[in-house]
Structures are given as C-alpha cells and as structure tokens.
Design a binder for this molecule. Structure first.
Ligand SMILES: Cc1cc2nc3c(=O)[nH]c(=O)nc-3n(C[C@H](O)[C@H](O)[C@H](O)COP(=O)(O)OP(=O)(O)OC[C@H]3O[C@@H](n4cnc5c(N)ncnc54)[C@H](O)[C@@H]3O)c2cc1C
Length: 633
C-alpha cells in the first residue's frame, strides 16, 4: 500500500505543516519513502490534492486513471511527464539531462525530426567563453573574473532598469553576474568532466579598441571546442540516450507546439500539431503539413525553442530604430526552425518578452554556394588585416576593422546608406585570416583532428572550405590590378558605385602607413596589437605587408552581407529560469532557457556580446533551469 506518514513543506519559503494521508507515491516521478521529510512547492501540494481525489475516486471505483497524477484544471487528465521541454536544441537537452539526473520524467517535444537533434548548436563553431583558463595561460593571457566582468558590463550597456524590479534589464543583469561566475568558475571543469576539450590557441573575438571600460574583450577568450558544435552537443546527447534507456526521457518529434495550456494562470501543458513525417536531411527546411493534433500535460513546461534569426520578417519587425531601417537584403545564419513562433505563443500565455529590439547580426555574411537552409549565409570570422569599405568604396573609420566590434560596424554600414560592404584583401591574407563559422566549414576541427587543423592554419595554403568560396562563392571576385578588381566589384553589385582611382588611393595610403612603425592608423595599430598576441601570430594574423604587393596577390574583394543570427532579448526569467508574466510575477509552471530566454533573464548580453557566450548561455541557463525544475516537481 501507499506510505501514509510523512511531513510536507508548503510554499517556496515553506511553513511546515502536517500532511494528510495522501498516497504520495502515486505522484509519478516522486521518489518518496516512508517517514522521509522532503520539500514540495505550493504547486505540488495542489497536485497532491489532485492525486488524493483521484486515488479516492479509484477506491470508490469512480476513476479509471489509476495511480497517475492528475493535472488541476485539466479535467483530471493524466500528467504525461514531470516536465515537458519544448525544443531539442542544446539548451533543451541540457535542461532535460539535469532533470533526468534527478530521476524526473521528461518529454522533449520538437517540430523537427530526430535528424536535427541539437538544433543550431550542431552547426555552430563551438566557440566558448572561458575566463582565466589553462589555454589562456598557455598563450600568455592574464585574465580574471574582475576583468571579464568589467568587459561584460561595458559591452552589455545595461540601461533598462537594471536595478529596478520590473526593469527589462533587472534579471538580465543578475544573469550576467551569475554567468560570469560560472564562466570563470566551474564551467570548464564541468564540461571537461564530460570529455570536452579545446584547441590550445584562444581566439580573440570582439576585441574592441583595447581600452578598459570600453566595449569588447580586452583579452582573448574564445575557446574553440575540439569537435566544434557537434563536440559541444555530444556529451548531452550521450546523457540523454542513457536517460532514454532508463525510460526517463521520451521524444516527440514533428510535434509543433501551437499553444501553452493554462489553468488558473498556471501553465499545465502544451497543445499543437503533429506534422507530417519528413525525411529532409539535417538543417533543411521541413514541411509544415498537419497530420494530427496533440496535447500533453505536465506540472512544468520549459521553453527551449531558440530565437528569431531564421525569420527575416520578425527580424525586420524588431529592428531597432537606432540602427536605421533594416537592410533590404540579408542572408540567414540559422536554420528555418529558428522561427520565433514559440516566443509569441508564450506571450499569448501571459509571458513577458523583453529587449526584443536587441539582436546580434553579423556584418560579414557570405551567400553560401551550397545552401542548406533558405537564404543560407556563412559568417566570416576575419582577423584585422582586410580593408573594409562601404558599398561606395569609402574606407570605414574605426571600429570598421574586422574582428573588432560587430554592432559598431553594423552602425557604420547602416549609416552608409547601403545594406552591404566590401572587404578588400589579397591571397596572403585570406590564407590565414578567414575562418568560416560553422561545423561543416571546419572539417578537421569537427573531426577532432587537432594536429591537422593546426598544421593547415599555420601553413600558407587557402583552407579548402575558403577555397570553395573563392571558386564558387557568389560574393567573391579576384583580380591582378585594382581597376580590374573594381570592374568586377561593380558588375557584382550591379552598379558603378566604386571608383577604381579612389579605391587605389586609399589602399596605397594604407600600405604607406603599414610601412611606418609609428603609424596612428587604427587598423595598422590593431594589426600590430594582434601580432603581439602569440595565438594570433601563430595561426590568425599575417605579418604586416602591402596589400598591393604582387607577391601576396591576387587581390580579392568580398561583398559582405548582413547575416541574421542571434536573438539577445527574450522571455524574462528569474535565476531559476522561471518565466515572468506581464504583471511582473512568476508564471507558475513555465520556465525558459537558451536563446528563447535571451540566454537567461531576457537578455544576459544587453546590447552586445563578447562571443562564445551563446552556447555557454544555453549550457548555463539549461543547467540552472533543469536543476531548479527538478526541485520544483
Ligand atoms: C552557424 C552557427 C555558428 C554558431 N557558432 C557559435 C559559437 O561558436 N559560439 C556560440 O556561443 N554560439 C554559436 N552559435 C549560436 C548557438 O549555436 C545558438 O545560439 C544556440 O545553439 C541556440 O540553442 P537553443 O537551444 O537556444 O535553440 P535552438 O538550437 O534554436 O533549438 C530550438 C529548438 O526548438 C524547436 N522549436 C522551436 N519552436 C518550436 C515549437 N513551436 N514547437 C516545437 N519545437 C519548436 C526547434 O525546432 C529547435 O529544434 C552559432 C550558431 C550558428 C547557427
């Protein structure tokens, strides 16, 4: 029979009350033994009440639900799991792993097929932000929590009530503090303990102008994972498979959530459309043909549905006025499933969506010669030697220097009045300085072949994926002279905006500055600063040389498009990942993680990111919410 003597704590802070003889063992997923004191929330007490009724009904022969738990307000329907996770991307997987570790029963619902497990993270470069890591020390980089904190806050620029409850940045700021402790603390050891490793050369993304208190990383912090994105996802898939084998985790693929079920203001489940089967390969757009309906109930729902970057219409709608009008043409840096629908659905259930105008789109986007998803763009992570010009061929002032300041450059491009820009460089620069973001663009690293990866980066060869763009990329032109190059640039752009004489004059000016050891040209100083850093001089930055040096040619021009990628705002959450309502109170039963939650709190990055913080944000927010949810059910 069920144990009947126990003591329950009710409420979050919890007054201890003597429990009535409720057959608690009937609450699925509860590991309860006789006489054991344990904590439950007010919500669980309600559920216990539901179970009492169900059990009483069963004893009286009036209920056919047996010992499963009943959801209040769902007409006595069963709970299908302890927690429903919407989204099988990295953040959803991490949350589910933590729940399974606590022996909670989880259903993961995703609109895509199992082929797409891991979501965007699979496609990612696997760059992670660590603070004061062994890799940094090996490269001679001195970092600290305090330094990272200064950089983060200067970069984020939280200015929407960060210290006022109710402010859009109130929880975001707190998530930033918590995330910085994680990144400077247990993050690396936690991941290494699951078998992850990183290349010893730390990258320097978003380096800004190097001054403390200004946006940017004052030191390199971008740690590329051996195995790239798939290497980040792998340990969590392994843990999920183990949990699946134990019956703790179940998947519902091709299940598109259309609605959050609410009862008395609390979220109690999800409802949606079963989509027709689709054997599209990973990353390809799949059909949205309805094949049925579904409804699932659980005491908690975790939204892990990603951002809006795959939906250009929503990106345009949220485009901030401070960045002018959205570019007419953009490429898309994420698969079509990053559609933002679930954010609207959560809003309809009363959730508070904040900082929706904050987004992280890149300014170095290439049209993919072999697209996987619609309008597929590839981002170039360039080092500082390429010259950067607006569409009319006018060199950008600082911070228009590759690898410096994503949003600052976006502002410059938007102010130019055109939606694209030009890189001008030569073969010597492209050999070393072009890294293409994406697991499929870095085959040696994705295959975890570190020696081959380092050898290829250190030698004077154009990496094969970059060569493929030189050969087939629609945004690349090459030439032996500036007039020839400009002719091709203008033909590509379908205009005569760039003047060959003017472009050549600017390149010659830059080449003279490069020869002057006391040059004040910000880009030349930036290249020297980069070469002073061991990691860059080893595999990322070419020695200063004239761009017009025939030995370094041919000349190359690349038309750079704006590429949509990350959503910095999102569902506002407290430090447990619980979603706030528009009334500023927690919505019972609803949590959010990953990009859907602005990587925590509705915008942990503020206006700008230090990079490598998105996967990290999924790991941290997924872990936080997963652990918190395990305590709640
Ligand atoms: C090419 C590329 C390179 C990147 N490189 C890096 C990097 O080096 N470092 C870094 O930090 N970040 C990087 N990122 C960003 C990072 O990968 C993503 O921000 C992160 O993986 C997002 O994970 P997520 O779990 O929040 O969402 P997603 O991965 O988007 O997963 C969300 C899931 O929810 C599902 N879903 C959505 N709505 C519904 C619904 N209504 N019903 C059912 N299911 C739904 C989707 O189908 C999807 O599977 C990169 C991204 C890309 C695309």
């Amino acid at each position: 029979m069920y144990p009947i003597r126990f003591c329950i704590r009710i409420g979050e802070e919890g007054d201890v009350v003597r429990g009535s003889p409720v057959p608690i063992a009937a609450i699925e997923g509860f590991d309860v033994r006789e006489d054991r004191h344990f904590s439950v929330t007010r919500r669980q007490a309600l559920l216990a009440g539901g179970v009492t009724a169900a059990a009483a009904g069963a004893l009286l022969g009036t209920s056919g639900t047996g010992p499963a738990s009943a959801a209040p307000g769902t007409g006595g329907s069963r709970h299908d799991a302890d927690v429903i996770v919407v989204g099988h991307g990295l953040s959803g997987l991490v949350a589910a792993c933590e729940l399974a570790d606590a022996r909670k029963r989880v259903i993961i619902v995703d609109q895509e097929s199992g082929e797409n497990l891991g979501g965007q993270a699979h496609w990612s470069l696997g760059g992670l932000f660590f603070v004061d890591s062994p890799e940094q020390r090996l490269m001679g980089v001195r970092d600290s929590h305090d330094r990272a904190r200064r950089d983060w806050f200067a970069t984020a620029g939280f200015d929407r009530g960060p210290n006022q409850p109710g402010g859009e940045d109130f929880w975001a700021r707190q998530w930033a503090e918590a995330y910085l402790h994680f990144a400077a603390g247990e993050k690396r050891a936690w991941l290494a303990g699951m078998g992850m490793a990183w290349i010893p050369v730390v990258g320097w993304a978003e380096r800004g102008d190097g001054r403390v208190g200004r946006p940017g990383n004052t030191v390199p912090r971008f740690h590329m994972t051996l195995g790239t994105g798939p290497g980040v996802v792998e340990p969590f898939v392994r843990r999920i498979r183990e949990a699946q084998a134990k019956g703790l985790v179940r998947f519902r693929y091709r299940h598109q959530v259309d609605e959050l079920i609410t009862s008395g203001g609390a979220v109690t489940g999800v409802r949606g459309t079963v989509l027709a089967a689709d054997d599209a390969p990973r990353g390809h757009r799949s059909n949205r043909t309805p094949a049925g309906d579904f409804e699932l109930h659980a005491p908690l729902v975790i939204v892990a549905s990603g951002g809006i970057g795959g939906n250009q219409a929503t990106v345009r709608k949220n485009w901030p006025a401070r960045l002018g009008t959205p570019p007419e043409f953009m490429v898309t840096g994420v698969p079509a499933h990053v559609d933002g629908r679930m954010l609207d659905i959560s809003e309809q259930a009363g959730a508070r969506l904040v900082n929706r105008d904050r987004m992280w789109h890149y300014t170095e986007g290439l049209r993919n010669h072999s697209p996987i998803w619609p309008a597929h763009g590839i981002r170039v992570l360039a080092a500082p030697s390429s010259m950067w010009f607006d569409a009319a061929g006018k060199r950008f002032p600082s911070p228009g220097i590759p690898s410096y300041d994503t949003l600052g450059t976006l502002e410059l491009i938007q102010k130019s009045g055109y939606g694209y820009s030009w890189f001008v460089l030569n073969k010597r620069i492209i050999e070393k300085e072009f890294v293409l973001s994406g697991s499929e663009q870095n085959p040696e690293l994705t295959a975890k072949n570190l020696p081959l990866y380092l050898a290829k980066r250190a030698t004077d060869d154009v990496p094969a994926p970059v060569q493929a763009f030189l050969d087939r990329g629609p945004d690349f032109v090459t030439a032996r002279s500036v007039p020839e190059l400009v002719g091709k640039m203008n033909r590509l752009a379908g205009s005569s905006l760039v003047d060959a004489g003017e472009l050549e004059r600017q390149i010659r000016h830059r080449d003279r500055e490069a020869a002057d050891p006391r040059s004040n040209d910000p880009q030349i100083r930036g290249i020297r600063r980069s070469l002073d850093y061991l990691g860059d001089s080893l595999i990322r930055t070419v020695p200063l040389h004239p761009i017009l040096d025939p030995q370094a040619g041919p000349l190359i021009a690349v038309k750079m498009n704006i590429l949509t990628r990350k959503t910095l705002g999102g569902l506002q959450t407290d430090l447990s990942g619980r979603v706030m309502g528009t009334d500023g109170k927690v919505i019972d039963g609803l949590l959010a993680v990953g990009e859907a939650s602005g990587f925590g709190g509705g915008g942990v990055h503020g206006y700008r990111a230090l990079e490598g913080t998105f996967l990290g944000g999924c790991l941290f927010s997924g872990r936080q919410a997963g652990r918190a949810a395990a305590r709640m059910v």
